[in-house]
Design a protein around this ligand. Structure first.
Ligand SMILES: Nc1ncnc2c1ncn2[C@@H]1O[C@H](COP(=O)(O)OP(=O)(O)OP(=O)(O)O)[C@@H](O)[C@H]1O
Ligand SMILES: [Mg+2]
Length: 231
């Protein structure tokens, strides 16, 4: 569904992505792991169209999209849950969710009710300002906002960062049920190894802008992957 080929990206003189290849299939969780600063966020931003690549191509269902702006990519079914959540703190929960709907045709601009089955706490807080939510509630809102767009490729950037275990459990079960629906490719960037390894169908390890290991979880040894993550 999503294919990334030979992606290069530079920040000024420094090269943040060096020939990155990856593919993600629907009904699967593809986990990207790697230490701080190796380019994980840069890669998701490049896929979403928030950073300009200098070489390579990104395909959705065979169509090249790397010349399209972010809003066009979101219409094609890409959605990003950014690192640090990035919700609009002055807008209400409901308004934040409506922003997720902005790329949809008018007839579909309705907050899907199943969002509140995934994240019941949000239905009680529709009129509260985003900035007044706890960190864990904001993370749920950020995921719900991405899901409101009915994505076919969901990009999640470290959704467990700074989140307590009970909410991590909830997020785990939401990701599992999204995967089991079978119509969405999920790309999960994670440093929390147990969470990543439990959810992953496929694991991609990044080091300094490169993909250095890429395989099905069943073919990878947990200790080997773990070694890439320990400093
Ligand atoms: N806007 C920017 N301008 C210049 N350099 C940047 C910019 N954003 C990131 N970088 C650099 O690019 C490299 C990759 O950063 P990136 O944020 O993609 O790493 P990451 O793997 O997501 O790290 P973390 O695990 O800490 O979130 C780092 O060396 C970083 O300092
Ligand atoms: Mg990052």
């Amino acid at each position: 569904m999503l294919i990334v080929k030979s992606l290069n990206l530079n920040y000024g003189a420094s090269q943040a992505l060096r020939g990155v290849n990856l593919s993600a299939k629907e009904g699967e969780v593809t986990c990207i792991v790697g230490k701080n600063g190796v380019g994980k966020t840069t890669l998701l931003n490049a896929i979403m169209g928030l950073e300009r690549i200098s070489a390579g191509e990104i395909f959705i269902d065979g169509s090249p999209i790397s010349r399209e702006p972010a809003y066009a990519r979101s219409r094609r079914g890409l959605a990003l849950v950014p690192q640090g959540r990035d919700i609009f703190s002055q807008l209400t929960v409901e308004e934040n969710l409506r922003i997720g709907l902005s790329g949809l045709p008018r007839s579909e601009k309705k907050i899907p009710p199943d969002l509140f089955q995934y994240f019941p706490v949000l239905s009680d807080m529709l009129h509260r300002k985003g900035g007044d939510l706890s960190g864990g509630q904001q993370q749920q809102l950020a995921i719900a906002r991405a899901l409101a767009a009915k994505p076919r490729v969901l990009l999640l950037d470290e959704p467990t960062e700074g989140i307590q275990p009970s909410i991590i459990k909830l997020i785990t079960s939401v990701i599992k049920s999204l995967r089991d629906r079978g119509d969405m490719a999920i790309i999960l960037v994670e440093q929390y190894f147990e969470f990543a390894f439990e959810l992953a169908d496929k694991i991609i390890v990044m080091e300094r802008g490169n993909v250095t290991l890429d395989g099905a979880k069943t073919d990878l040894d947990e200790q080997t992957v773990r070694k890439y993550l320990t400093v």
